[in-house]
Design a protein around this ligand. Structure first.
Ligand code: SF4
Length: 269
């Protein structure tokens, strides 16, 4: 069997629990939508679209307020577009409002961090439009390596002052580059390096509740990516369920939810 194309998320799923990988990527069992998935997608759309808007009406005197208003409006519109899907989650009205408010804080925090960078460039002599253009990343780029049989979507690629950074946006509670995130970033660096034949300088996670945390890209990071990709291909050669053991842990069931495959593993409880 030809090795299937893996991704940072499939590799991390396997490392979390091989049986979960089996159900997700081999049996491809349906999963239930949840607020974190819907909200994550929605925020990504807003942040991607932000850099496509016209800035013709903005200048040094008005950009700050107008950009803040704009991102708030974009979130409201995107939230509305997903209203039916959000309703189907069956959350209490207050809980849904909490998530909306929290998401608004995230996009405003993103904007404040962005505006801070715009302002620094203006202080160095650029106009607002020059600064906006120079700080605009390439967004949502799909990379695929047929050599390593792995793919990934990079949220933002920045090339600023001759420094290339690959950024992933996260809505997570904790602003820390965990081993899962590190692997995801390492794979992005590998994909970028293979396609463009040059190393990015940094990879990072923009924690939307916080700031961007970076890692330097070096040969060690690429080695980690190559090693983990090799491991997953070796571990997933077969389609036999028994070869994907269950790895019970706190992510099987927690106070407010459970793994999508809990009933398959443990029956209805
Ligand atoms: S319920 Fe637990 S053991 Fe079963 S697939 Fe999910 S994480 Fe793995």
């Amino acid at each position: 069997m030809a090795p299937r194309i893996q991704s940072p998320s499939s590799i991390n799923t396997y490392k979390q629990c091989p049986r979960k990988y089996y159900y997700s990527y081999i049996e491809k069992l349906p999963t239930k939508p949840n607020i974190h998935l819907i909200r994550g997608k929605l925020v990504h759309t807003v942040l991607e679209d932000l850099f496509k808007i016209s800035i013709e009406d903005l200048d040094n005197s008005n950009y700050n307020e107008k950009l803040k208003n704009r991102i708030q409006n974009m979130l409201v519109i995107e939230w509305k577009k997903n209203e039916q899907q959000l309703k189907r989650l069956g959350l209490y009205k207050d809980d849904l409002q909490f998530y909306f408010d929290e998401t608004m804080l995230m996009v405003l925090n993103f904007m404040n961090n962005f505006l801070y960078r715009v302002e620094s460039r203006i202080k160095k002599g650029e106009s607002f439009r020059e600064a906006f253009k120079n700080l605009t990343p390439l967004t949502e780029k799909k990379y695929i390596s047929y050599e390593h049989k792995v793919q990934g979507f990079i949220d933002a690629i920045e090339e600023i002052d001759d420094e290339i950074s690959l950024i992933d946006y996260k809505t997570s509670k904790t602003a820390r580059i965990s081993s899962e995130y590190k692997l995801q970033l390492a794979i992005y660096a590998l994909l970028y390096n293979e396609k463009h034949k040059k190393m990015p300088h940094k990879v990072g996670v923009n924690f939307l509740k916080d700031v961007t945390h970076y890692l330097d890209v070096d040969e060690e990071l690429l080695k980690l990516a190559r090693f983990e990709i090799e491991q997953i291909h070796m571990s997933t050669e077969t389609n036999e369920k028994d070869e994907y053991p269950m790895k019970p842990g706190p992510l099987c069931r927690w106070s407010t939810g459970q793994c999508d495959f809990y009933n398959h593993c443990f029956g209805k409880k």
